[in-house]
Ligand binder design. Structure first.
Ligand code: HEM
Length: 451
């Protein structure tokens, strides 16, 4: 019988390299310029778009796709993937990301405008092709998947996964259309309003539901939380409705009527934040319910050698749970800020809320989950340096505070806050570098050299 493919580490390495030297590097450069009042170069507006895109599809997207292509076929007992298909997804995404991002900036510094416009357009189309192949595989597998009645973790992943699949599909279409528009026009940057819709679709339609799906299926084991015996489908349906009404609102505001558009957008925000609060309560991070194993056993299990108090391991993956708890605190803050901006005269920039979600929630979660799951995918039962996990926690936390707080409080014109903002990108790069080094050493070490 054909076996499932081994874990393809090139997804993780490219996510780290593109994140570190692309997305985070550009973010560090821009934040430094803005914080210290230096004059930005002529490509600055394009740089903002490239930073956002590399962070979204490069740093978070490659990580998610790499992990899903390994985990989901096993979890859903579907047919093993062919290596060529995985390569096709990876190759289109990397070729698309590199050609689109570099051409978008180079266009400001060379004479070959029409060629570079072509690179941006075909780059976007390549990215969308990679996404659509990935979408097709997961759609087929997840529609066919029927979890056994007591396989809660496997069943719990499906509802939010389906929401994320719709998100991926929409994102692929909008991303391709935005690229074609740029290729045919003479504007200096991608059409800002449609680019914004692409970003919102990706954040709320792809990233957050994927993070929720993986949290539901892994936290009962990793953090010893309750099993997903709660109505996951209802929460996911409410969330999905909120996201797609929200996106419809943004699109209607742009091409139809601003009154109906803003009304739909408000309803969308209300529904999806309500779903997020519901999800947070059900996930039970405050441990108000019995952990999953107490459903099946009367006593604490592993009495002779109990694991750590709030995790299912013995500390061999470092304090990855700090990153996970902090991630969910940022998610809460993001949702509260969105609501506050809706109801009160509370002006907080869209950029700050976005970074609560992206640098706060998603990047913390990736840093925490990567050290917990990747060693196991590769047959290692521990991470090389638990201390690096703690360091990455400190760095990413400081970076998120530095990236968001000074901008939210910019009216104070405080020097210390400006310095924090100016260096937030560099500090975030240290967090990603700590992850990269830790994973590289973990993978290089012979399985036996771990005690
Ligand atoms: C400390 C790390 C980071 C720094 C210093 C940083 C900095 C910036 C800056 C200066 C901008 C442009 C101005 C603005 O919108 O306020 C920006 C925009 C953006 N950032 Fe970040 N960022 C960081 C992390 C991230 C991460 C992790 C993500 C996604 C996973 C992300 C996604 C975005 C997006 C989507 C935009 C908007 C792009 C657009 O308008 O086309 N950023 N960031």
């Amino acid at each position: 019988m054909k076996r499932h493919l081994a874990f393809q580490t090139y997804f993780i390495w490219s996510a780290i390299v593109l994140g570190l030297f692309g997305g985070f590097g550009l973010g560090a450069h821009m934040a430094y310029l803005l914080a210290f009042g230096l004059t930005p170069g002529k490509a600055f507006a394009a740089m903002v778009q490239v930073h956002g895109h590399l962070q979204l599809l490069g740093w978070t997207g490659l990580f998610i796709i790499g992990v899903s292509l390994f985990k989901l076929p096993r979890l859903m007992s579907s047919r093993p993937l062919h290596e060529n298909v995985v390569w096709a997804i990876f190759g289109s995404l990397i070729a698309g990301l590199v050609s689109k991002s570099s051409a978008q900036i180079l266009i400001f510094y060379t004479q070959s405008e029409s060629t570079l416009r072509g690179f941006v357009m075909y780059g976007s189309l390549l990215e969308s092709t990679g996404i659509l192949i990935y979408f097709g595989i997961l759609l087929k597998d997840s529609v066919a998947f029927r979890a056994q009645s007591n396989a809660y973790a496997a069943a719990g992943i499906k509802p939010f996964l389906l929401v994320s699949l719709v998100g991926w599909f929409l994102y692929a279409l909008i991303n391709g259309a935005v690229g074609i528009d740029f290729g045919r026009s003479s504007t200096e940057i991608l059409p800002p309003a449609w680019n914004n819709i692409a970003i919102e679709t990706y954040i709320h339609g792809v990233l957050l539901p994927t993070c929720f799906a993986f949290s539901i299926s892994t936290f009962p084991i990793f953090l010893r939380l309750r099993a997903p015996t709660w109505p996951v489908s209802r929460v996911a349906t409410l969330y999905g409705m909120g996201v797609f009404i929200y996106i419809a609102g943004l699109s209607a505001e742009l091409c139809w009527t601003s009154v109906l558009g803003s009304w739909l957008r408000t309803v969308g925000v209300l529904l999806r934040t309500a779903a997020m609060f519901w999800f947070l309560i059900e996930l039970d991070l405050f441990r108000l319910h019995l952990p999953w194993f107490r459903k099946f056993r009367d006593n604490q299990d592993r009495e002779h050698r109990p694991p750590r108090r709030f995790a299912g391991d013995y500390g061999q993956f470092g304090n990855f749970e700090w990153l996970i708890y902090a991630a969910y605190a940022w998610l809460f803050l993001g949702a509260i800020s969105e609501l506050a901006a809706l109801f009160f005269d509370f002006s907080i920039s869209v950029s700050v809320i976005r970074h609560f979600y992206l640098l706060g929630f998603v990047s913390h979660l990736i840093l925490g989950m990567a050290v917990r799951i990747v060693p196991g995918f590769l047959g290692r039962n521990q991470i090389a340096y638990p201390i690096l996990v703690r360091l990455s926690f400190v760095f990413i936390l400081l970076a998120t505070i530095g990236r968001t707080l000074p901008v939210a409080l910019s009216s104070l014109d405080n020097k210390a806050l400006k310095i924090g903002y100016g260096f937030s990108g560099v500090i975030a790069m240290l967090a990603i570098a700590a992850l990269g080094v830790n994973l590289a050493i973990t993978i290089r070490r012979n399985k036996k050299s771990f005690g």
